[in-house]
Design a protein. Structure first.
Length: 574
């Protein structure tokens, strides 16, 4: 790419590199070994979520080096930096999970601050664990500088007793151990082999769901979401991402040219088609909010409802991300949806071409059982369903992929935090037919909207996955399976009906019709509301207090600022 096509007088980095008054700024770049030519090229932020917290992130720095090489060979000057991640598999089941969703905002905010503070012109973002994917995407559309997203890749499947296993099998193994169905030695043997490499959790949990979103939404290069993290082919995708961002900069293509309403609908479609994480219904509205596009849980759920479920992936199905890669990757899923008329093919992508053009030469493989054609789906509606009713006026969400019974009715067994519910489950203090309610775990009430995988996996491990339902104003991991309903709104801390439930109240769930009701009259609810008092939140300082003060409802993505609609000037135009 010809370096002369870049006019620095129109790029943000001119504020730190051009003119005599910027001599002090340039002296810092000379100190870091940059040449005069490199200083006067476009500056590209290459951000990754590398850390040593978990396998999801440990391969990201390697890939970032290759992205930098792609930028360099295309006459850009890469500037590498890292941001945080909170890895859900480590944070799960204790107070650390309160940090997880908050980290999405911190990731987006920290990238914004780094890009603004140093006046970078474009960005390549490389993410591993769950919240880092939407966090980086949110920063891209917020800043609106030319950007390419890349997933760091999934973990290889573990092997235990001849079967593929993931970390979810270990979480469920805890339930089997507590039920006396697995010895402590067997549990230890399982934990030692479940996660054999670098990479994010292998099932269609939140990381792989949002990786699919990155391709379907057009922010990632076609095929880049597929290869497992240890594979060297990821390095070429990283290099190509660096080259691609320079092409976008040359052509003036920005994230908001790519992430349109139709692109977000494509993203919702692939979540439903793959039986993806319920967290997708939280992250898509948050991404839309950054641009000023109106999209809430109900908009996403409407797309889920009309989309066939075609990918037989864990936790509801049989296969993992590597199996998708082996049959051609995310593009094969997208091709099946495109041929069935479920994708907007005219959406622009980071290749400079449309979705339809990118998929033109992709072939759908017939002799495989991982992804089905839309003419013969696993089910005619998506693997994720939105709910609404007297218990959830502002909505709720459930993953139904792999479930056969979509209706449930039973008495409530109420807990005011996850720890109390987990102890009760561990001690089998529940009955068949119960609806376990975990409340005050919403965005404000938690604060932080914790995931409940430890509790749901314990129930499944005890063999009671089909015998009880669970509802919460918190979240569920993408790895959760069974009749587990999250994002119930309004949350208990906002005085929602979930905060008024008492033990023994009858709760009715119908995922066919999208209904979540409590069998109380409006008069009974009003009487209880008059006597309701918000429990004191012990988090009165630090980031969790700040988050609780700022965060909005789950229905709109649990966002913390006014978003694109309130924007007066965009960073890309400084």
């Amino acid at each position: 790419m010809d370096a002369k096509i870049f006019d620095k007088s129109k790029l943000p980095s001119r504020h730190v590199t051009e003119g005599p008054e910027r001599a002090p700024h340039r002296s810092y770049y000379y100190a870091m070994g940059l040449t005069e030519e490199e200083i006067h090229q476009p500056f590209v932020g290459v951000v990754s979520c590398w850390n040593e917290a978990a396998p999801c992130n440990i391969s990201l720095m390697r890939q970032a080096q290759h992205a930098k090489a792609g930028v360099t060979e295309s006459h850009g000057t890469p500037r590498e930096f890292c941001t945080i991640t909170v890895t859900d598999g480590i944070a799960m089941g204790h107070q650390g999970m309160k940090s997880s969703l908050v980290s999405r905002e911190v990731i987006a905010d920290s990238i914004e601050l780094t890009m603004r503070g140093h006046c970078y012109d474009a960005m390549v973002g490389i993410a591993g664990c769950d919240k880092s994917l939407p966090g980086i995407m949110m920063s891209m559309v917020r800043l609106n500088v030319p950007s390419v997203f890349m997933y760091g890749g999934s973990i290889l499947p573990g092997k235990y007793k001849g079967k593929d296993v993931t970390v979810v099998d270990v979480f469920e193994g805890v339930g089997q151990w507590s039920a006396g169905n697995m010895s402590e030695k067997e549990l230890h043997d399982l934990e030692c082999v479940a996660c054999p490499s670098a990479g994010s959790c292998g099932g269609q949990f939140t990381a792989n769901t949002m990786a699919c979103v990155s391709e379907a939404m057009g922010l990632a290069l076609p095929g880049s979401a597929g290869a497992p993290a240890p594979y060297e082919s990821r390095d070429q995708y990283a290099r190509d991402s660096g080259i691609a961002v320079m092409r976008l900069l040359a052509d003036g293509i920005r994230p908001r040219d790519i992430v349109t309403r139709k692109a977000l609908e494509n993203a919702a479609t692939i979540i439903a088609a793959t039986g993806g994480s319920t967290n997708g219904a939280l992250h898509l509205p948050a991404i839309a909010h950054e641009i000023g596009i109106d999209m809430d849980l109900f908009d996403v759920a409407e797309i889920f409802k009309r989309t066939p479920y075609i990918a037989d992936l864990k936790p509801g199905g049989k296969y993992v991300a590597k199996d998708v890669y082996d049959i051609g990757g995310v593009e094969v899923i997208m091709k099946a949806l495109l041929e069935g008329g479920y994708l907007h093919e005219d959406c622009l992508t980071v290749t400079g071409r449309t979705i339809g053009e990118n998929l033109e030469n992709v072939k759908f493989l017939e002799n495989q059982k991982v992804v089905y054609p839309v003419s013969n789906p696993l089910s005619s509606t998506g693997g994720v369903v939105g709910l609404r009713g007297t218990l959830a006026p502002d909505g709720a969400i459930v993953k139904v992929a792999g479930m056969t019974n979509l209706k449930f009715k039973g008495p409530a067994r109420v807990f005011d935090c996850e720890e109390d519910a987990f102890r009760a489950v561990e001690n089998r203090e529940y009955e068949k037919g119960d609806v376990i309610v975990i409340r005050y775990e919403g965005p404000k009430g938690g604060p932080g909207m914790r995931e409940m995988l430890s509790t749901t996996a314990a129930i499944y491990g005890q063999g009671a996955g089909d015998d009880v339902a669970l509802i919460t104003d918190g979240r569920f991991s993408g790895a959760t399976r069974g009749f587990c309903i999250g994002h119930v709104g309004p949350e208990a801390a906002e005085g929602g009906p979930i905060g008024l439930i008492q033990n023994g109240d009858i709760i009715s769930i119908d995922a066919d019709e999208g209904i979540l009701d409590i069998e109380l009259t409006e008069e009974q609810l009003q009487e209880r509301r008059a006597n309701w008092r918000l429990p004191e939140n012990i988090y009165q300082s630090g980031v969790l207090r700040k988050y609780a003060d700022q965060v909005g409802p789950a229905r709109f993505g649990a966002v913390t600022h006014p978003g694109g609609k309130a924007e007066v000037v965009n960073y890309a135009d400084i």
